[in-house]
Design a binder for this molecule. Structure first.
Ligand SMILES: [Ca+2]
Ligand SMILES: [Ca+2]
Ligand SMILES: [Ca+2]
Length: 268
């Protein structure tokens, strides 16, 4: 193959990769804008109003324009992530469960139905592939009590889920939801807004922290789309592209890598 045709091939390969990436990013952009309905919980209970109510400094979080579209995460260097249950404004609050799931659909429970505002969980992503969860309750009847759970062969690429008592489960990955509807909105810390979470000291919402806000009614049925039904802040996690995006990035990286090597060899 001549240098010219190889160059053409590499350029077109890079082009395909970039096009794939562009397509994925475009679909991600489209998926991120969820429109809120009028909450059935009454006045002052919308996600925007509830976040405003705990904002003690800096700009308010904009629940519409600050949506990230993040769906999957992995751990950061500590190998451990803390989650704080911010609030649940839902009829199902006493029974809704919250946790992480992996790509096989295996679940690890972080907050049980009885957990409430102010409770916290720690997830350790262990070197043997298991995860260890330790959840502490702060309601008077649970004060000081910690529940530990272990999950083998879990891995460290995960999304967040909300599971109702009837077994209906909603995922941060839209593709896993009934009708592929978006059931969670995700916000990343901006290093400016100061929040006061239930039962905690106030602090800056840093870019290492994320708010995961779930809607517990499916859009296939009757729903208020208020996304205030289970709201949890997590930290020490990093968003990862979805599998489709990973494939696109692989194509791009491969094509660019080949181009880079070709250029390097030409220089010497
Ligand atoms: Ca609600
Ligand atoms: Ca609860
Ligand atoms: Ca709702």
């Amino acid at each position: 193959m001549s240098a010219l045709s190889l160059n053409k091939l590499l350029t077109s390969t890079a082009g395909v990769g970039l096009m794939t990436l562009a397509t994925v990013i475009t679909s991600g952009e489209a998926a991120r804008a969820v429109s809120f309905g009028s909450s059935w919980d009454g006045p002052g209970k919308s996600l925007q109003e509830q976040l405003n109510a705990i904002t003690v400094g800096g700009p308010n979080i904009d629940t519409v324009n600050n949506q990230t579209g993040f769906q999957l995460f992995t751990n950061t260097a500590t190998g451990s992530s803390i989650g704080s249950l911010m609030f649940e404004i839902a009829g199902f609050a006493p029974t809704n469960k919250f946790g992480i799931y992996n790509q096989n659909g295996d679940k690890a429970l972080l907050f049980d139905g009885y957990n409430d505002s102010g409770d916290r969980t720690v997830v350790d992503f262990l070197g043997d592939g298991s995860v260890s969860v330790s959840t502490k309750g702060y309601l008077p009847e649970y004060k000081g009590s910690t529940v530990d759970r272990e999950y083998a062969n879990f891995g460290n690429v995960f999304g967040y889920y909300l599971e109702r008592s009837d077994g209906t489960t909603f995922y941060t990955e839209n593709s896993r939801n009934q009708g592929s509807y978006q059931q969670a909105v995700v916000y990343q810390g901006n290093n400016q807004t100061e929040l006061k979470l239930a039962g905690k000291q106030p602090g800056i919402f840093t870019d290492n922290e994320f708010i995961i806000a779930f809607e517990d009614l499916t859009r296939a049925g009757s729903t208020d789309s208020d996304f205030n039904d289970m709201v949890v802040m997590v930290e020490s996690v990093k968003p990862v592209p979805e599998p489709a995006t990973l494939a696109g990035l692989g194509l791009v990286a491969g094509a660019l890598g080949l181009k880079g090597r070709r250029k390097a060899s030409k220089t010497c």
